[in-house]
Design a protein around this ligand. Structure first.
Ligand code: ADP
Ligand code: MG
Ligand code: MG
Length: 874
């Protein structure tokens, strides 16, 4: 048989959401369970793909099958499409695999025309109802299918109300509505140059095509990108016989959840309206009644409703979100799906369902969206306080969480205010590496420039600090320390609040609540830990971050960046001294001053990690990042260092690079200045010795050499590290194991991973750089043009947020295989931003890495994602 494009609800395979869409699969399943569902059929997602392959039109085969299904539907309904006596009316509803806002709106009452409307009037004995349905249909069809702007119809309604001297559309009588239909059709003709389509079959085909078209509308594209849904899924279309909730006082329509979607409480939750159709409840035209009142209004209906929703929840073993309509006392269900819920509700429902014996622990683990946990891991606004607050502006939700505090305009001021015990919001035009400390001290960061992958965004996410970026509406005066937004001016010390999850900015101090892993959260995470194979480490540069991460379940540090430590105030001078040194002696002298400080950092980190593994990366960024660049700052530093301005300026200029990302950085620094690696290796081992002796933790340092592209280059630096480490251990006179490994972050390293593994005891995939180097665009610049790529369907997601499995992933997989071939027990991990992204975590599981490493606040997300990957790929 040729391909089946269309399925009746009776025959569609339950659970086959990929083919039938979520709505369609459930309508089919409910029909087959014998529940009261209006008859209908589904045009498959494959038909959608076929529609696009066919240049945006329905093939004959698809149209033939739709017509066949329509005639079956007529038989089932006992009504005919376009009939003058008893016309069949249908709804046309979109339905992708997952429910997707941004898709086409539903068209109701399709099938009405100048003749059928009379049939409907006769059949129901209600001319007003018939014409009201017809004018609604013309309006919806024109708007949703033909894209005639809605306001043009609303203007007609307003004018008619004025003419008739009434306030509400319900006050318009049958004749008024007839007149309205005439005017609507005239408008349609004016807009489209043809009459409003009278042929029901034509109406239907147009509506189906509109659903398929909506799959590619900009809102849908954005939504898919945000949620990692591929564009080749396509959407299905559901064509369903209409039932009418607007036929009088024994009719109505409503929505309900089997449990409370915001708290998870096991209690029916919902609303309904008497004498209403379709989306009237959600649209809020009248205030709906709480669902429990249905028990009084229509006791029999409520009884049946209760039986059905209980059956549905037990069948799907999850909280259901349902739509129902009552037509003259008869109950119909129009939709059910696993309901969307807050993270807190998701945890409670999953844990409760296990306690009720309805699902297993592993199923519960799979029920919670890892990314959603984010809501629970940052301070959140007190919902009541948030509701009462006023939004003064909004920008990109760059790093989630909620922050409220006083505004400061420089990193320095922010740091000082925080040290004095203030809650601080740092407001900057944009941030740079020098701002690190101020950013760390701030509860929230607001920038005027910069996208989702800007410095501010990336660093803030790393620190788990709330950040709203790219608020171009802000007029900032950094000198005067003021900014204006939403018509108000805010000065240093004024309160504002940021919502990093929505991007909203509030001009006041909104109350927040702190995160904790307790109760249901703790229970579910314990189940996740039982299921997962991947270890989860954290990226942490300070003891505070390390302790936080351990609290969130980190099993080690996968990446400790040593450069962040150099930016602290008491150190920046020392490192600058080292950088401007002209001879090795001078440099060694300067490094001597840094050694105890670095050692102190590592002691703090080892202690915080209590013997868990710690990977420390040697200095990575180009040296010019550490020196001042404006003449003013150079002059100041020259004075402090006893150098002439010209001399220092020449040094700074000498450090200038055209493309620092690909410049003198990473292991290249150690090749030029081996003494830097030497100092760091000494600090790493001396600290380990001290912690071992003082606290008894058996620290096994993992020293990581960054940006390697060639085995000999790795060997050169490794030799320095090993020589230093062995000397220190010998000096201490104790036994100590340590490992030396490398980051795989340059394509050449991946290509030659078998050779590199001869020297490296472990690989850590630095997928931030590996992505930059593979794509050939930098993270800091990509934000400017990636939007164009999304809009044009070239890339679907940000490769810095979600690992590009086809390209970059191939390098990872290949390097892992080559590495293992040379060194079977080589330890493999990932430490790029991707380590906390669920789809990337699944990839790491499949490739067989030993661990993922991510920022502290994403550790629980990675734990859950790793568990789901293990369960899914068994
Ligand atoms: P969404 O996905 O936006 O919820 P739906 O396709 O579920 O869109 O439909 C929107 C509204 O129209 C819902 O309230 C639904 O119950 C109602 N509706 C859809 N089809 C019918 C129908 N055949 N009879 C009555 N109401 C319908
Ligand atoms: Mg719906
Ligand atoms: Mg790197």
């Amino acid at each position: 048989m040729s391909q089946q494009w269309v399925y009746m609800f009776q025959e569609g395979e339950a659970g086959n959401k990929n083919l039938l869409g979520g709505k369609g699969a459930n309508l089919a399943e409910m029909t087959q369970l014998g529940l009261p569902i209006p008859h209908g059929f589904i045009v498959t997602t494959e038909a959608c793909t076929e529609y696009y392959a066919n240049g945006g039109s329905l093939t004959d085969a698809i149209m033939v099958q739709i017509k066949e299904a329509l005639s079956k539907l007529e038989d089932l309904a006992g009504k005919k499409f376009g009939d003058t006596e008893n016309p069949l009316l249908v709804s046309v509803r979109s339905g992708a695999r997952v429910s997707m806002p941004g898709m086409m709106d539903t068209v109701l009452n399709l099938g009405l025309n100048d003749v059928a409307v009379e049939g409907l009037a006769k059949k129901t004995g209600n001319t007003r109802f018939a014409y009201d349905s017809y004018r609604r249909f013309i309006q919806m069809f024109s708007d949703v299918v033909m894209e005639i702007p809605k306001p043009r119809f609303e203007k007609i309604i307003d004018r008619m109300k004025e003419e008739k001297g009434v306030q509400m559309d319900t006050e318009l009588n049958a004749d008024d509505l007839k007149e309205m239909v005439v005017r609507f059709k005239a408008l349609y003709k004016e807009e489209k140059g043809v009459e409003f389509p009278q042929e029901p079959e034509h109406q239907l085909m147009e509506a189906i095509k509109a659903v398929f078209r909506s799959w590619m509308n900009p809102r849908a594209i954005v939504y898919r990108r945000m949620n990692d849904y591929p564009s080749d899924w396509g959407t299905a279309v559901n064509v369903q016989m209409m039932v009418f909730g607007n036929m009088g006082s024994t009719s109505g329509t409503g929505v309900a959840f089997t449990r409370n979607p915001s708290t998870g409480e096991n209690k029916i939750y919902g609303e309904y309206l008497i004498n209403a159709q379709g989306e009237d409840v959600v649209a809020g035209i009248r205030t709906p009644n709480p669902i429990t009142q249905l028990e009084q209004d229509m006791p029999d209906v409520y009884q049946e409703f209760t039986e059905i929703y209980t059956k549905l929840e037990n069948h799907y073993r999850d909280m259901q979100d349902m739509e129902f309509t009552v037509e003259e006392g008869k109950l119909f269900f129009l939709q059910t799906r696993n309901g969307k819920r807050t993270a807190g509700a998701a945890l409670k429902i999953a844990v409760d369902l296990v306690a009720e014996g309805k699902i297993t622990e592993e199923t519960a683990v799979c029920r919670v969206e890892p990314k959603q946990l984010d809501q629970l891991l940052h301070p959140n606004f007190d919902p009541k306080a948030l509701k009462a607050a006023t939004v003064i502006g909004s920008a990109l939700p760059a790093s989630p969480g909620a922050a409220a505090g006083k505004v400061y305009f420089t990193a320095e001021d922010a740091k000082n205010a925080a040290a004095a015990g203030e809650r601080v919001i740092l407001v900057r035009l944009e941030t740079s590496p020098e701002d690190i400390e101020g950013m760390a001290a701030a509860r929230g960061i607001l920038t005027v420039r910069g996208g989702m992958t800007s410095h501010a965004a990336v660093v803030a996410r790393g620190m788990g600090t709330c950040c709203v970026s790219g608020c171009g509406e802000i007029k900032i005066d950094e000198e005067a320390k003021t900014f204006t937004l939403g018509g108000n001016t805010y000065k240093e010390g004024d309160y504002i609040s940021l919502d990093g999850s929505t991007g909203n900015i509030y001009g006041e101090d909104v109350a927040t609540i702190e995160p904790e892993i307790t109760g249901d959260f703790e229970t579910l995470m314990a189940w996740a830990d039982k299921a997962r194979v991947l270890k989860v480490r954290t990226n942490a540069d300070t003891p505070r971050d390390a302790r936080n991460a351990v609290k969130f379940g980190a099993e080690g540090i996968g990446l400790c960046r040593t450069e962040h430590m150099f930016f602290e105030e008491d150190r920046i001078m020392k490192i600058r001294k080292m950088i401007v040194s002209k001879t090795e002696e001078e440099r060694r002298e300067a490094l001597k001053g840094l050694l105890p400080l670095q050692k102190g950092d590592f002691v703090g980190i080892y202690e915080a990690m209590e013997g868990r593994p710690v990977t420390i990366r040697l200095l990575d960024p180009p040296l010019h990042e550490f020196v001042p660049h404006t003449d003013e700052d150079i002059a100041e530093l020259a004075k402090e260092m006893g150098l002439t301005f010209e001399d220092l300026k020449a040094t700074v200029e000498g450090l200038h690079e055209f493309n620092p990302m690909m410049g003198h950085r990473g292991c290249r620094l150690a090749v030029s200045y081996p003494e830097i690696a030497e100092m760091q290796a000494r600090a790493i081992i001396e600290a380990a010795v001290q912690v071992k002796q003082e606290k008894g933790y058996d620290v096994v340092p993992e020293i990581m050499i960054p940006l390697v592209g060639e085995k000999k280059e790795l060997k050169f630096v490794k030799d320095i590290v090993v020589k230093t480490a062995d000397t220190v251990i010998k000096e201490a006179g104790i036994e100590m194991t340590y490992h030396v490994g490398t980051m795989i972050e340059i394509p050449r390293a991946a290509l030659t991973a078998d050779a590199i593994a001869e020297e490296a005891e472990f690989f850590s995939f630095g997928t931030n750089d590996l992505t930059q180097m593979t794509f050939g665009f930098s993270r800091d610049d990509a934000g400017k043009f990636l939007e164009d790529y999304y809009g044009k369907g070239i890339y679907e997601s940000d490769p810095f947020a979600r690992l590009d499995q086809t390209g970059v992933g191939q390098l990872v997989q290949m390097a892992a295989e080559k590495g293992r071939k040379t060194r079977p027990n080589i330890k493999l991990g990932i430490c790029g931003e991707h380590g906390g992204d669920p789809s990337s975590v699944e990839f790491c599981h499949k490739v067989g890495l030993n661990y993922v490493s991510c920022s502290p606040f994403r550790v629980p997300i990675a734990r859950l994602a790793a568990a789901q990957a293990a369960i899914k790929n068994r």
